[in-house]
Write a protein that binds this ligand. Structure first.
Ligand code: ADP
Ligand code: MG
Length: 251
């Protein structure tokens, strides 16, 4: 498969300080009188330009951690700095602003709006950033081209394959030019070949200098990243750099 157009226009962050820094993060869920301690003191940092897999079996706390990093949830205690900004101190409005500006999300279930075209889906977050209509359209088209779907821009999600929809979701995450892209089981609903096509795209975006975190329970997907952080029962049991397997070898 070829991606028409080059991966242009993305501003790589060449700042080699920590993009993400977390210290002794704890999170429990309260269920009636019971408390489930899900994150039990997580410490790690991610530098600009890294491609990190957060790996672990189901229930190990991966999504909980990613949701905290994505400012969709808050930790009970610990410290979280995103590009030097302490996240806990932000009020709701500011947090939403930071989330839109700093973070791009990709989910297993794509989370596209089914009555909107690919172009409209990619352009939507830009609307919330109050970017003028013409510029929204241009940007959305640019990022659809980047993921190889320019010709599909006026199609609805129901008219696209699973792999194409996930590429639309990646384009949407990229369109606001975030500091970090967070992906939760982004290949979880896709067959192997399609998964590798999506990982090929993720690798190419990372090659441009973008920082990406990929949550997965699949070993082959984790090894397409450059570093694997293993989570088990709410603690990091291993954190290692790996030789990256290029997805393009499989597509
Ligand atoms: P993973 O993504 O690794 O599968 P999660 O972070 O989703 O793990 O969940 C970790 C644990 O926390 C699981 O036992 C899960 O059932 C529980 N959990 C997750 N979200 C909630 C919630 N909102 N309320 C209560 N328990 C939750
Ligand atoms: Mg999960």
């Amino acid at each position: 498969m070829s991606y028409c157009g080059i991966l242009f226009g993305i501003q790589p962050n060449t700042n080699k300080t920590n993009m993400i820094e977390i210290k002794d993060l704890h999170k429990s869920y309260q269920m009636g009188s019971n408390s489930l301690h899900v994150l039990k003191g997580i410490n790690f940092s991610v530098k600009a330009g890294e491609l990190v897999a957060i790996m672990g079996s189901s229930g190990s706390g991966k999504s909980t951690l990613l949701n905290i990093l994505g400012m969709l949830d808050v930790a009970d205690s610990g410290e979280y700095k995103l590009d030097g900004v302490t996240i806990k101190d932000l009020n709701e409005t500011k947090a939403a602003k930071y989330r839109n500006k700093f973070l791009g999300f990709v989910f297993q279930s794509f989370n596209l709006i089914n009555y909107k075209t690919a172009l409209e889906n990619v352009a939507l977050p830009l609307y919330y950033q109050r970017i003028p209509r013409k510029e929204r359209q241009e940007k959305a088209l640019k990022y659809l081209e980047m993921v190889g779907l320019k010709e599909w821009s006026h199609h609805l999600p129901s008219e696209l394959s699973g792999g194409q929809n996930q590429r639309v979701a990646v384009a949407r995450a990229m369109a606001s030019e975030p500091k970090v892209i967070l992906a939760d089981e982004l290949t979880g609903a896709l067959d192997s070949t399609t998964s590798y096509e999506v990982m090929d795209l993720i690798q190419k975006i990372n090659d441009q200098g973008n920082t990406i975190l990929v949550v997965t329970h699949e070993d082959d997907i984790a090894h397409m990243c450059k570093r694997i952080v293993y989570l088990k029962d709410g603690v990091i049991i291993k954190d290692e750099k790996v030789k990256q397997v290029r997805a393009s070898e499989y597509v």
